[in-house]
Design a protein around this ligand. Structure first.
Ligand code: NAP
Length: 290
């Protein structure tokens, strides 16, 4: 078993970005700039935002964190997004999810300019990505692809099973891996809560690559996968004792895997790295750089 080390891969990717940015800045351009909107107080969101800001520092980006109280209205938030959409000094905008219940999340995502949508959640980017066009790709899915690429794990012609169909993880990774992308050309089965258990087991037991994003600790057990599987664990679950675990019963499954992501230190780190790649792309688009 070998670990797919998201920390190492992310550091390498962010190091490459920092070198490019240093070159741009040396030529007289401003730094890339990421703006993050955070609504209310939500401990996991605080920690995700912190790691994004830290990664911006490492990449040589400027960042701004805009905090709003839980009581902000949808109209007020939309007005703020509109303002940032028109601000030429911001390349990428993230609205940290989840949002309070009184705010319609999709309305907010739809309001972000597709040119600044570094999370890749806007229907324009999602549509372009689905059609195989240039787009900001959803960050977690893109991070998984970058991790597979870093460790030279082939996907072409492989059988990949994705468990979970959320718009932010399961759906985009299933589309990306089945598209004719560098990291793609796999035969993908997307499973979800309505997938009968026996069918799920049939699929996972013959898969070359299993990607799980359900948010249930220990969901993938040893009997569900075959020897030599590549296992990508997207889950981030906080246990009552404070530990953070993924969706895989790591201790018992790991020895069956050829490669496996740890939690923490796997996909989470790659999500942030992919956001840096997307922000650099937004910046390059703004300045017509290649
Ligand atoms: P989500 O929106 O709750 O979606 C979970 C998906 O799992 C749904 O599609 C659901 O099916 C499916 N599901 C639930 N129970 C299932 C079962 N028994 N069998 C098969 N499918 C089942 O979650 P998410 O946003 O994708 O997040 C999933 C996990 O990844 C969470 O732990 C989250 O914290 C983590 N996450 C990590 C990162 C990262 O950077 N590492 C990024 C995002 C999310 P239905 O659609 O039918 O309900």
């Amino acid at each position: 078993m070998k670990l797919l080390d998201g920390k190492k891969c992310a550091e390498s990717l962010v190091g490459d970005i920092a070198r490019k940015v240093a070159g741009y800045v040396a030529s007289g351009l401003r730094k890339p700039h990421m703006t993050i909107i955070l609504v209310g107080e939500h401990a996991p969101s605080e920690s995700y935002v912190k790691s994004k800001i830290k990664s911006c520092e490492n990449a040589g980006f400027d960042s701004a964190l805009l905090r709003f109280p839980e009581t902000i209205t949808e109209a007020e938030l939309l007005a703020k997004i509109e303002e940032i959409n028109g601000d030429q000094s911001t390349d990428g905008l993230i609205v940290q999810l989840p949002l309070p219940k009184h705010i319609n999340q999709q309305n907010i995502i739809n309001a972000i300019s597709p040119d600044k949508d570094i999370d890749g959640f806007h229907p324009t980017n999602f549509g372009r990505m689905t059609l195989g066009q240039k787009a900001f790709r959803p960050a977690t899915a893109y991070g998984i692809c970058k991790l597979l690429q870093f460790y030279e794990i082939p996907t072409r012609g492989k059988h990949c099973v994705v468990i979970g169909r959320s718009n932010i993880v399961g759906k985009p990774i299933s589309i990306m891996l089945s598209n004719d992308f560098d990291i793609g050309n796999a035969t993908v089965t997307l499973t979800h809560i309505e997938t009968p258990r026996e069918l799920l087991l049939d699929e996972t037991r013959r898969a070359d690559i299993v990607i799980v994003a359900v948010g249930i600790p220990g969901f993938v057990t040893e009997d569900m996968v075959r020897e030599g599987v590549v296992l990508i664990d997207v889950g981030i679950n906080r246990l009552e004792d404070g530990r953070i675990v993924g969706d895989v019963d790591f201790a018992n499954v790991k020895n069956k895997c050829s490669w496996i992501t740890p939690v923490p230190g796997g996909v989470g780190r790659m999500t942030v790295a992919a956001l840096m790649i997307n922000t650099l792309m937004a910046y390059q688009n703004n300045f017509h750089l290649s």
